[in-house]
Design a protein around this ligand. Structure first.
Ligand SMILES: [Zn+2]
Length: 213
């Protein structure tokens, strides 16, 4: 657990989380072992809140394109002389091109494979058939399904946690039966995705991604 330590005049250890970073304020004379113990006791609360502030307000690293996301996890970006390559959680980019354009190229490439595969898998699982898949760069939607049951998915979806990708794909597959947001539509979504209401809320936190890329 990474954190910044600050001395305080208070009587108790206090935790402050801001912009995805943890600060531990400790009274004078606090031992390292009691700090460790305190953090251990609060670990669930810390992780939960770190995640929340990270998502509602992306870190400077993400905003400056020094980091990006894959399946909801942070990916570090390293500029090299060589071409675009993703290995062990690091995206190596070519320093002769803009970082943003290369992140987009990488994300589209992964999205084209993994979203297509996931769409096929979920189509078989649900028995709901689509006619055509394509990627979209539109910033206003995560996905869409037209009256001919052609499904389009936002390439930035691969940056989101997989559970949210699954939710969007299931949502669009259900539109092949109900081309609206009727009660029957949501009932069908719920039959495949019982916690869809929670996921609908969670995906809102990621809308900023559409402005970044
Ligand atoms: Zn819809």
């Amino acid at each position: 657990m990474e954190y910044t330590l600050k001395k305080s005049k208070g009587k108790h250890i206090a935790l402050v989380i801001k912009d995805g970073k943890l600060t531990v304020r400790v009274p004078h004379g606090t031992t390292q072992s009691s700090i460790d113990q305190f953090i251990q006791q609060k670990i669930d609360w810390i992780n939960h809140n770190l995640e929340k502030t990270k998502l509602s307000n992306f870190s400077q690293h993400v905003l400056e394109y020094n980091q990006t996301f894959l399946n909801g996890n942070l990916v570090n970006i390293v500029a090299m002389d060589t071409g675009l390559e993703y290995k062990f959680g690091i995206l190596y980019i070519n320093k002769n091109y803009t970082t943003k354009s290369q992140i987009i190229r990488w994300a589209k490439d992964i999205a084209n494979n993994t979203l297509r595969m996931e769409l096929d898998r979920l189509s078989q699982f649900t028995g709901l058939n689509y006619t055509k898949f394509s990627l979209t760069s539109a910033r206003t939607k995560w996905g869409s399904c037209d009256t001919k049951n052609r499904i389009m998915l936002n390439f930035r979806l691969i940056m989101l946690p997989q559970i949210l990708q699954t939710y969007v794909i299931l949502h669009e597959l259900c539109h092949t039966k109900h081309h609206n947001h009727s009660t029957d539509f949501w009932k069908q979504v719920q039959s495949f995705c019982p916690n869809y209401k929670q996921l609908k809320q969670e995906i809102k936190k990621w809308s900023q991604i559409n402005k970044l890329y």
